[in-house]
Ligand binder design. Structure first.
Ligand SMILES: NC(=O)c1ccc[n+]([C@@H]2O[C@H](COP(=O)([O-])OP(=O)(O)OC[C@H]3O[C@@H](n4cnc5c(N)ncnc54)[C@H](OP(=O)(O)O)[C@@H]3O)[C@@H](O)[C@H]2O)c1
Length: 291
């Protein structure tokens, strides 16, 4: 039986990754931030010694994009130095490292989906720190897998959809950005996709998102329609009307051609994934009151 360690395992993606691999028959060690801090070499050494994993899936990250701007050092520590420390430990023990990265490594100037060969050019600290994490892994390891994804939602954490449901409960009018385009991706689908890549021992860089794309406004509109919420009116606004500490790429759709080539199929369209998520969790009060 293969032994698999998940870092950041109490995060939104980490929980689903642990569940999916457990179902596949792996012996899973799902470690929270408290149990394994990827920025502390001793913490890594201790966990590797105790659990002797064959595979690591690194779901640990500093993901609060706006907070990264004022906390550059902390962002680089978790998103770049942490993955480098994991990679060095993996090299020593010949462990297969799977690392999760982001669409925000791109500047959003394109209007065709980004491929793995396209040049990254991050426009915020989060994206810069995540790109640095990718670069450092590539420098340290020959065999690794980096999976870039985008706009995650799932049952285990606050996300854009939970925010919309909460705000719709409180307000009759919501202004939502309508000029940023990306692919909402269900953590369950992504976890299964990662498992498929791991089972096939894929190495290198692979983009992995639910297919089709939308703006945040279109996603919010879909969510409210799906939940039959009629008393909240959505107003589309441009990014410039919504100043935030971190700049966002206007277009960060990822091309999934390589994933399709590797596995013989794509992930389902985001609309199907969101519908399933809302059917299962949409009426859950814990979701609607999430921060
Ligand atoms: N969320 C998105 O929309 C999105 C989009 C593209 C890519 N991604 C990438 O997908 C991956 C998973 O994201 P997610 O949304 O699941 O994030 P998340 O819910 O914020 O989970 C990240 C986890 O990492 C933990 N963590 C933070 N610092 C750590 C450290 N030093 N050592 C160990 N654990 C640490 C956090 O614990 P604490 O909270 O206790 O600190 C949290 O449990 C990340 O690599 C992220 O960059 C996410």
């Amino acid at each position: 039986m293969k032994r698999l360690l998940v870092t950041g395992a109490s995060g939104m993606l980490g929980r689903d990754v642990a569940t999916v691999f457990d179902k596949l028959g792996y012996e899973v060690f799902a470690l929270s931030h408290k149990e394994l801090d990827i920025t502390r070499p001793q913490s890594i050494e201790h966990a590797f010694g105790e659990f002797q994993p064959d595979v690591i899936v690194n779901c640990a990250a500093f993901t609060r994009v706006d907070e990264c701007e004022a906390n550059q050092q902390a962002a680089f520590n978790v998103n770049a130095r942490g993955p480098a420390l994991l990679a060095s430990a993996c090299r020593k023990e010949s462990i297969y490292l799977v690392h999760v990265s982001t669409d925000y490594v791109f500047d959003g100037q394109s209007n065709i989906p980004y491929k793995e060969i396209d040049l990254p050019n991050p426009i915020n600290v989060y994206g810069q720190s995540k790109l640095e994490g990718e670069i450092r892994i590539r420098q340290i390891l020959k065999d690794y897998l980096i999976v870039r994804t985008s706009w995650l939602f799932g049952p285990s954490g606050p996300n854009f959809i939970t925010t919309i449901l909460r705000l719709a409960d409180e307000q009759q009018k919501l202004r939502i950005v309508d000029d940023q385009r990306g692919s909402p991706t269900y953590t369950r689908d992504l976890a299964r996709a990662i498992a498929e890549l791991v089972e096939n021992q894929v190495t290198g860089l692979c983009h992995c998102v639910n297919t089709r794309a939308c703006t945040w406004f279109e996603l919010a509109d879909f969510v409210l329609a799906n939940m039959a919420i009629k008393d909240t009116h959505l107003i589309p606004v441009p990014t410039k009307d919504f100043p935030r500490p971190a700049k966002r790429p206007l277009f960060s759709v990822l091309d999934t051609g390589l994933f399709q080539q590797l596995t013989g199929h794509g992930l389902r369209p985001w609309q199907e994934a969101v519908s399933e998520y809302l059917k299962e969790f949409g009426r859950d009060k814990a979701l609607t009151i999430a921060p």
